[in-house]
Design a protein around this ligand. Structure first.
Ligand code: COA
Length: 261
């Protein structure tokens, strides 16, 4: 992944750290950053050793302060639709990534940055984090899935409030409304994010993957289809070595040693 201009990928054991590094513009998403995000997640999908991804922004001020407003100012109706569709497509690839993706939000997550955090499966934040969808203040609406995903995470009423006011939500409120799972001091954010993820990656990898598959299918299909899909995956997991190991370990009162098989 050496051909990347704005994104760094670092490994820490079974975790991949994806860092958006355009700090001088508060990691704002120009077309190239969005393209690189798509490439990185496509490449990571094929890395068998990666059991989880932490997505974060460089610097202490921002996760991502939104789509690049300089670029947005040039949009025409046609390019606007294309840009929105391309962002939606790539953010959906992140949402459908087969292993857990955690957004570690240190600072501003605004506009497209908030939508990017929402496309991740989980979010944690630093005490100085601020979330918001300020698009209406710029005369536009969220275009990278925010009008769909925010309501799923915080509920319909709060999503309407946040999108129509454009007001920022601080870290404490974000935790209270379920927008983030935990808030940490800025200096501890990445270490705590790794610890948080290891609470997931210690589990059976196939089971974690199937759980994500089932959860996200349930979001997008009628409940009868989701229920039968859940049962099918539940049954399928009975064929895995991991299931046998997980249950044997419990019955034998020892730690499970999962192989991802
Ligand atoms: N697009 C393009 N550039 C951005 C940006 C964005 N979304 N957000 C920040 N930047 C740039 C600023 O223009 C500035 O660049 P400059 O140094 O070349 O002038 C740099 O990042 C630092 O930002 P600055 O505004 O000076 O920092 P601040 O601490 O005073 O304010 C924010 C921080 C986040 C409150 C402010 O940058 C802001 O409101 N950004 C836009 C947020 C937004 O509306 N996002 C949604 C877009 S749809």
């Amino acid at each position: 992944m050496s051909d990347l201009q704005y994104i760094r990928v670092e490994w820490d054991g079974e975790l991949a750290m994806v860092v958006i590094d355009r700090a001088e513009k508060l990691n704002a998403l120009n077309a190239e950053v969005v393209r690189e995000l798509g490439k990185v997640f496509r490449d990571l999908k094929d890395e068998d050793d990666v059991l989880g991804v932490i997505l974060t922004g460089a610097g202490e001020k921002a996760f991502v302060a939104g789509a690049d407003i300089g670029d947005l100012a040039q949009l025409t109706p046609l390019t606007g639709m294309t840009v929105s569709r391309e962002g939606q497509r790539i953010f959906t690839e992140i949402e459908r990534f087969p292993k857990p993706v955690l957004a570690a939000v240190g600072g501003y997550a605004l506009g497209g940055g908030c939508e990017l955090a929402l496309a991740c499966h989980l979010r944690v934040a630093s005490e100085n984090a601020r979330f918001g969808l300020p698009e209406v203040g710029l005369g536009i609406i969220p275009g990278y899935g925010g009008t769909m995903r925010l309501a799923r995470v915080v509920g319909f009423g709060l999503a309407v409030e946040m999108i129509l006011t454009g007001a920022m939500v601080d870290a404490e409120r974000a935790e209270r409304i379920g927008l983030v799972s935990a808030v940490y001091p800025q200096a501890a954010l990445l270490d705590q994010a790794k610890t948080f993820m290891r609470g997931i990656t210690k589990n059976g990898p196939v089971a974690v993957r199937m759980a994500l598959e089932s959860i996200y299918l349930a979001q997008n299909s009628a409940s009868a289809d989701a229920a039968s899909f859940e049962s099918a995956l539940f049954g399928l997991l009975a064929s895995t070595t991991d299931m046998k190991e997980g249950m044997a370990a419990f019955l034998e009162k020892r730690q499970a040693a999962f192989k991802g098989e």
